[in-house]
Design a protein around this ligand. Structure first.
Ligand code: BF8
Length: 651
């Protein structure tokens, strides 16, 4: 991994890192300097699965390994470097799948409570999507009420988590050829929890010690995430809270207000955030804020909870993963309210230097030193009001050491699969046909999903923005989620005017349809929207009969979480070439890495790659897209367009 030269390309972030240093607040950027990453763990060569270890089996540096040296590179139990790297990789996928899927389970529980009328304030909002889901799951519609249908859907989907045999029901949404590949390879997941449990069993000391079968379980587990837990979360959230459609908002720390009560909602699950979006507009709450000297209440988001309420309500976003502590450093934050995942324990320590209250709300994600106000869908309005009142009561404690960065960028979000379908084809003939046609005629070279985290080991936001700019310059339409979408939105790539960064062909399509060249599709669980969009492209015809035939590629250039690995693996297992940056967690075993980077292409039509330099990563993606165009016989159209572009650029 190359040493980073600057901490962030985002001025608001740099300004707040400096303020944190002046204020004596230790934030992630400083901690990353004092805590160097363990090189043996980073390459997947440390096994800590039993008490005979931890055993370290690092790859010898700077020289070719002899067969004898390789034979000796084992743990105390004899586990080879291959077994150790593959086990570590599988455990990470299992953890990532567990996180997304436990989110999906929580949504399903809330969905059932809503359908049964036991969650006041929540409702079934998207009837069309409810009925589509009923059709997909063979749930009877007839003349039954929406709530009756929803109860059946909720019960069917609840069983998907604990199912022991057969296949997950939503696999049927994939192209038929893809389903056959999964069956042939033996990776069609049976039940969501079953695959996670089996992954944990296989990686226990002394169980599966064949790196190839461990990696196979990695594929199966991740597919239980992408076509299971995550997809259930996205679908039910859309039905309950509304399927996103284009919405204008703003992003970066500059969305915080000097004279209002600032509340940030941070994490991943949208239930509480949905209720906060309502309650912060309640006149009674606004009056209460005024009684404490504030002009109003300002709700903003952070990380993927932010993406959820941005997509559906246009709630502004204060920042992505590495900015969470910096929001406190502004001195203007009354409360940071968190649910689950990607919440740094450092928040509590940073909050000691300011007046901010860190409020945990989920029994699964508690932090010592934080205030815990437990959320329960059965009493959502009252609990949300209690949280908002706690923040308002904290407003008079705000000190004089306040500095809110000026930076905030406009963005258009809300590009669900349904919205793209509608924007491209219109209400009565919604389809992906215009997208496929423009790919076939070469105006659009291909489509890329660029997703994932920030990572304090590399310059904040830089790889996301550089990679996406390179892709759109080369006429690749970019679909985004998570912290990557936020990075590009801050850089101004998510407004229609950003078409100026695009190649001539893509710019023409963006201008005609009125969309940005990088489309915000939501939170990390919403990567399933990209799977559905890819499937829609296959089904619309002209681009092959499987996702692996499409001129598409994926990337997570600043990944850090286990969820990112689960996502990457389900994209690979669904036939997509996927490039990760930062570091690669199986480098300690050439055999394991070769399976993931090479053999997987034969098995799944998609494979992994590792490239930390973002322009080179974009080049790899474009090469793959061109390879697929050639296989489809549509490379000739593209050559003609390239000639036109070159001429236009010379003008
Ligand atoms: O689920 S992109 S840092 S916030 S893990 Fe976390 Fe990574 Fe951000 Fe959302 Ni996804």
């Amino acid at each position: 991994m190359a040493e980073k030269e600057i901490k962030s390309i985002d001025q608001a972030t740099i300004e707040m890192i400096e303020k944190a240093a002046q204020d004596g607040a230790k934030v992630v950027f400083e901690r990353a300097e004092t805590m160097r990453p363990c090189p043996i763990g980073a390459e997947g060569s440390c096994c800590s699965l039993c008490a005979m270890g931890p055993c370290r089996v690092p790859l010898p540096k700077g020289k070719e390994e002899t067969p004898e040296e390789k034979r000796k590179r084992t743990g105390v139990c004899g586990a080879t470097a291959e077994t150790i790297a593959a086990r570590n990789f599988l455990r990470k996928i299992a953890a990532g799948t567990a996180a997304h899927s436990d989110h999906g389970r929580k949504v399903t529980e809330a969905f059932l409570l809503t359908a049964k009328g036991e969650a006041p304030g929540f409702a079934i909002k998207d009837e069309q999507k409810l009925l589509q889901l009923a059709l997909d799951l063979d749930v009877t519609i007839g003349d039954r009420s929406n709530n009756e249908i929803a109860i059946d859907i909720g019960e069917v989907l609840t069983k998907e988590f604990g199912k022991q045999e057969g296949e997950l029901l939503l696999l049927k949404r994939a192209p038929l050829k893809r389903q056959e590949i999964w069956r042939q390879q033996g990776v069609a997941p049976r039940g969501i929890d079953r695959e996670v449990v089996e992954a944990m069993h296989r990686t226990h000391m002394g169980v599966d010690q064949n790196y190839q079968s461990l990696l196979l379980q990695g594929a199966r587990t991740s597919l239980a995430d992408g076509w299971g837990g995550s997809m259930i979360a996205t679908e039910l959230q859309d039905v309950m809270f509304g399927t996103p459609s284009p919405v204008h908002s703003q992003i970066n720390l500059g969305v915080l207000e000097e004279d209002e009560v600032n509340i940030i909602i941070h994490g991943h699950e949208p239930h509480l955030a949905e209720m906060l979006a309502v309650v912060t507009h309640d006149p009674e709450m606004i009056e209460y804020a005024k009684s404490k000297g504030a002009k109003g209440i300002n709700l903003a988001g952070m990380c993927c909870t932010a993406n959820e309420v941005l997509m559906r309500h246009g709630v502004p976003i204060a920042g992505n993963f590495l900015q969470q502590e910096l929001a406190i450093v502004t001195g203007a934050l009354e409360a940071i309210v968190v649910d689950v995942q990607c919440i740094m324990q450092g928040l509590v320590d940073v909050a000691q230097c300011y007046h901010t209250k860190v409020i945990t709300t989920d029994p699964r994600a508690q932090i010592r030193g934080a205030t815990h106000i437990e959320f329960d869908e059965r009493n959502a309005v009252e609990i949300a009001k209690n949280i908002v009142r706690t923040a308002i009561d904290n407003f008079p404690n705000r000190g004089k050491n306040v500095r809110i960065p000026k930076q905030k960028s406009d963005l258009i979000a809300g590009f669900s699969h349904e919205t793209i379908n509608y924007l491209l084809g219109g209400l009565f003939r919604a389809s992906y046909r215009p997208l496929n046609d423009n790919i076939i005629n070469g105006r659009i070279r291909g489509v890329a999903g660029v997703v994932g985290c920030n990572n304090a080991r590399v310059t904040h936001d830089d790889a996301h923005v550089t990679l996406v700019k390179e892709l759109i310059k080369n006429d690749v339409l970019v679909l985004q989620t998570g912290c990557s979408a936020m990075a590009c939105a801050k850089a101004g790539l998510m407004v229609p005017e950003a078409a100026k960064y695009a190649g001539a062909g893509l710019a023409e399509v963006c201008e005609t349809v009125g969309i940005p060249p990088a489309l915000h599709m939501g939170a990390c669980v919403d990567n399933t929207r990209i799977l559905i969009a890819a499937t829609a492209m296959v089904k619309d015809g002209g681009l092959g009969d499987d996702i692996s035939d499409l001129p598409v590629a994926g990337a997570a250039p600043e990944w850090m979480s286990e969820k990112a690995l689960a996502i990457g693996q389900y994209f690979v297992g669904s036939g997509v070439f996927t490039v990760f940056g930062v570091n690669w967690p199986t480098i300690g075993s050439k055999e394991v890495t070769d399976v993931l980077f090479k053999d997987f292409e034969e098995k799944y039509g998609g494979m992994w790659a590792f490239e930390p330099e973002p322009v080179k990563a974009a080049r790899l993606m474009i090469e793959h897209i061109d390879k697929k165009r050639k296989a489809l016989g549509i490379d000739k159209a593209r050559e003609r367009i390239l000639y036109d572009m070159a001429m236009r650029r010379e003008l």
